[in-house]
Design a binder for this molecule. Structure first.
Ligand code: ZN
Ligand code: ZN
Ligand code: ZN
Length: 362
């Protein structure tokens, strides 16, 4: 391999380690994966895991130029003297930087680690929430415990930033620092919207900028960029609507648009007079009261798949039934969703949108 080719190859690997694309993640070529023994399991101690990861990342990044030089020496691409004496100023500068960079990194790491991470920016962020008698580790173990629950959400915002929302904390995890907000002290608002293309599917192309603000100046405000799907997931985790600054429109995703239309059609269908008891709560969301019944109402007789009669008692709310219907459709054929069929989530009998009835007493 020629030196130029080797250099390009090394550059690609380095860039991939710093900002791992999906291909690198798939084959496990990430710092987290390569050093998983040292880092441990994030589920055990999410905060300590990312403290260690920040140190490791800084060390690995700072070593990349030096490792490059050592490799071209080892592979005999250049002579030792070429790097220092009989060479251009640019190469001398590069060589010097490559040697000095790890030293700076080691000095920074020493600063972070000494005194039980007291000067690490993440620990400084966390310490702002600690009372007189608490230290940061008490709060960290509270966050770690919440992180282990299944109720948390973890959203990968881009290859190097992750948003975690637990029952009472919001964490924005970046390579060197984790921003921390306590939900009870936090206002979250959509402050900006960016559209990346004029394509039909807004779910992929609209990105929202959210501002996370402290009510009591407990932390420095920070921003999060989310696409609509992640934004909706965040809303459902917070169990409330996130306020939107005036002048910003949030486009519905295709599924949301469909459910909106689905509800309109169902509202036109005849109501069903219940003769049986409903489930206590909707089986889909465990929150709303069941308010729909499937009962054949359409006129199809000679189709490949005729609708059949469902004997299940009312067990679903309209919203969940719409979501179920949408989730069973072919994403490539959006225009056909409304005229398509679906199976009852419980007995698998076939129904169409005309067979969905709201209960009469609702
Ligand atoms: Zn429901
Ligand atoms: Zn059924
Ligand atoms: Zn039907």
């Amino acid at each position: 391999m020629a030196l130029e080719l080797f250099t390009i190859f090394y550059f690609i690997i380095s860039a991939g380690l710093i900002y791992p694309p999906a291909e690198f993640v798939a084959v496990g070529l990430t710092i987290e994966n390569l050093f998983s023994k040292f880092l441990g399991n994030p589920l055990e101690n999410i905060l300590q895991y990312h403290l260690k990861r920040s140190i490791l990342s800084l060390f690995v990044y700072s070593m990349l130029p030096l490792v490059y030089i050592l490799m071209i020496l080892y592979l005999n691409y250049v002579e030792f003297s070429f790097l220092f004496s009989d060479t251009s100023l640019i190469i001398k500068c590069f060589t010097t930087t490559a040697i000095v960079l790890p030293m700076f990194a080691m000095y920074q790491i020493y600063n972070w680690v000494s005194n039980n991470y007291k000067s690490h920016p993440t620990v400084q962020n966390l310490s702002k929430f600690a009372s007189e008698s608490e230290n940061w580790e008490t709060l960290a173990s509270e966050i770690n415990t919440e992180y282990r629950r299944i109720t948390k959400v973890s959203l990968k915002i881009n290859p190097i930033v992750t948003l975690v929302v637990t029952d009472s904390w919001v964490l924005k995890i970046c390579p060197f620092v984790t921003h921390i907000a306590k939900l009870e002290d936090t206002n979250i608002q959509v402050v900006e919207s960016r559209l990346f293309s004029l394509a039909q599917d807004y779910s992929e192309n609209q990105v929202l900028k959210l501002e996370v603000k402290s009510r009591n100046n407990k932390f420095e405000n920070f921003n999060i960029l989310l696409n609509i799907l992640a934004f909706r997931e965040l809303e459902s985790q917070l169990q409330r609507r996130i306020p939107i600054s005036t002048g910003i429109t949030i486009h519905r995703t295709d599924a949301e648009q469909f459910i909106h239309e689905f509800k309109k059609v169902v509202n036109e269908n005849p109501k069903y007079h219940p003769t049986e008891e409903s489930e206590e709560r909707c089986i889909g969301c465990f929150q709303a009261l069941p308010d729909v019944k499937l009962k054949k109402n359409c006129q199809d007789v000679n189709e490949a798949q005729n609708c059949t009669t469902c004997q299940c008692r009312p067990s679903w709310c309209l919203q969940c039934m719409g979501q179920w219907f949408a989730s069973r459709q072919d994403p490539e054929k959006k225009s056909e969703w409304m005229s398509s069929k679906c199976t009852c989530p419980m007995c698998r009998s076939i129904f169409c949108v005309l067979d969905v009835h709201l209960l009469e007493n609702n």
